[in-house]
Design a protein around this ligand. Structure first.
Ligand code: FAD
Ligand code: NAI
Length: 466
């Protein structure tokens, strides 16, 4: 039996950030992780490998299509998929090793194996070598993450019907990839394979893509992806699938009911959301019960059981790595007696398609539902000089501000690099800035960031470049 101040179950962005923060604060800490590598979903099979493929495939398409040629760069590219996968795997390995290094630096003990709650303050670990070890701690942090939600009748088989992990490592480019679910994973991984040569059809149950995203922003993204060749079947239900020797036959029905039709695919990616992961965790041994969605109730990272904390995808809120990180730091600081706070109103989200989409705060639909009076400031990249000179004029910056106080309530952007640009508005919102505050700040010329200022100016209809 080994005793620690804190035992963390799960070594993803929630777990590893919690472990490192605990080490920094001088707590004795162990992190139990069942995978062979640290970093969780994000580093191993999520954020990082998907961004590696998005980056490489975007450059490939620029070279293979007209983008390079139009700039006067003549190339004859050839896809080397094996090398593309190899560089992705190498980057992932270097990132997961980086977390191991940080564990050593901050004296975090990585306990390899499956963690199970045995009772208050007690965790049992089944090691990969068959060993069984018991850890005790005053505080236990559950950071076990999430897993893909399965679709009844369209079961994952890893060959023809894929989850996101399988879709990150295909051995060849599918001729026709059908993506079920027009959410973040479907659009990002759909983009990767379309750029590499697949015909991609996205089937979505709702009559729009990316539910939750500001509607005008979602429609702009859909128009752009359609122009690129991605096909959308909205308001459509996948009623079943039969795997055949040369592909999959999907049975599609209108969501509102009606006759079924068949859609054939070489491979199907099912990406209809993720669900919290608490299987075989021994929750019953401490008296914790997940809610109807499988989530662990959470109030300031506390569960309903004293000394048991929950952070990241396994609990409520957006399933994002930086949200898990915020909760991790706050949770450990709270354990250490500090009074941190996570500001859930300012958690940005980015879809790494081309163009990118970046959002923070409330959408127009949410403001309307809340009955709040607001003003809209909007600035198109087609009026931004840097975007024009680079031939990258798609998209806009849209700022939503309170009609009376002018406080910024939400920001939504579509365009190249907006994922890097949204940070400015996160800072502004953390400081409760008004649209006028941003409108008064000098931005460098010529940069795309001028559009951030112009959109704020447009809230009061005084944009200069429109
Ligand atoms: P996880 O990262 O899932 O980590 C949980 C860990 O716990 C896992 O390693 C698991 O093996 C381990 N574990 C579970 N149970 C046990 C147990 N009983 N014992 C021991 N170990 C256990 N988010 C972003 O912000 N940006 C992105 O660009 C982005 N891209 C994504 C792309 C894809 C394809 C996917 C699938 C997800 C993406 N996400 C992205 C979401 C992001 O990966 C998650 O929000 C994040 O990983 C959540 O962190 P976590 O620590 O809560 O859980
Ligand atoms: P999602 O919630 O983003 O999208 C799922 C989509 O599937 C929705 O549009 C939904 O309406 C649709 N859907 C649900 N049931 C369906 C059905 N039966 N038939 C057809 N469509 C159906 O979930 P996704 O894309 O699986 O991603 C999971 C999580 O991973 C997200 O919550 C996201 O936060 C995270 N993620 C984040 C990324 C980023 O930050 N860039 C990248 C990838 C994932």
């Amino acid at each position: 039996m080994t005793s620690h101040d804190v035992v963390i179950i799960g070594g993803g962005p929630g777990g590893y950030n919690a472990a490192i923060r605990a080490g920094q604060l001088g707590l004795s800490v162990a992190c139990v992780e069942a995978r062979d590598t640290l970093g969780g979903t994000c580093l191993n099979v999520g954020c990082m490998p998907s961004k590696a493929l998005l980056h490489a495939s975007e450059l490939y398409e620029a070279a293979a299509g007209n983008a390079f040629a139009n700039l006067g760069i003549a190339v004859e590219p050839r896809l080397d998929l094996a090398q593309m996968m190899k560089q992705k795997d190498a980057s992932v390995a270097s990132l997961t090793k980086g977390v191991e290094f940080l564990f050593r630096k901050h004296k975090v003990e990585w306990v390899r194996g499956w963690g199970r709650l045995l009772g208050e303050g007690r965790v049992q670990v089944h090691g990969p070598d068959g060993s069984i070890r018991e850890l005790t701690a005053r505080d236990i942090v559950i950071a076990t993450g999430s897993e893909p939600t399965p679709l009844p009748g369209v079961s994952f088989d890893g060959q023809r019907i894929l989850d996101s992990t399988a879709a990150l490592s295909l051995p060849e480019v599918p001729e026709h990839l059908v993506v079920v679910g027009a959410g973040v994973i479907g659009l990002e991984l759909g983009s990767v394979w379309r750029r590499l040569g697949s015909k991609v059809t996205v089937v979505e149950y709702l009559d729009r893509i990316c539910p939750g995203l500001d509607l005008e922003t979602a429609r702009t993204l859909q128009r752009s992806l359609t122009r690129q060749g991605m096909a959308f079947e909205l308001a459509t239900r996948v009623a079943g699938a039969s795997v055949e020797s040369d592909g999959v036959a999907l049975s599609l029905e209108p969501a509102a009911g009606g006759p079924a039709r068949t859609l054939r695919a070489d491979r199907v990616l099912v990406a209809i959301g993720r669900r919290p992961f608490t299987r075989d965790l021994g929750l019953e041994n401490v008296g914790l019960q997940p809610d109807a969605r499988g989530m662990l109730a959470n109030d300031d990272q506390r569960s309903s059981v004293p000394g048991v904390w929950v952070i990241g995808d396994v609990t409520s809120g957006p399933m994002l790595a930086h949200k898990a990180e915020e909760e991790a730091i706050a949770c450990i600081e709270r354990i250490a007696g500090q009074a941190p706070e996570v500001n859930y109103r300012v958690i940005p989200s980015v879809i790494y398609t081309a163009p990118e989409v970046a959002s923070v705060g409330l959408s127009e639909e949410q403001l309307k539902a809340e009955g709040r009076a607001y003003r809209v400031g909007k600035f198109p990249f087609s009026a931004n000089s840097r975007a024009k000179i680079n031939h990258e004029t798609e998209g806009f910056v849209k700022v939503l501000a309170d009609e009376r106080s002018d406080q910024i309530l939400g920001v939504h952007m579509v365009g190249p690099n907006v994922g890097e640009m949204i940070g400015e508005y996160c800072v502004a919102m953390e400081f409760s800035a008004s649209a006028e505050d941003i409108a008064l700040i000098c931005h460098p010329h010529p940069t795309r960031s001028e559009a951030l200022r112009q959109a704020a100016m447009d809230v009061h209809k005084r944009a200069m470049q429109a």
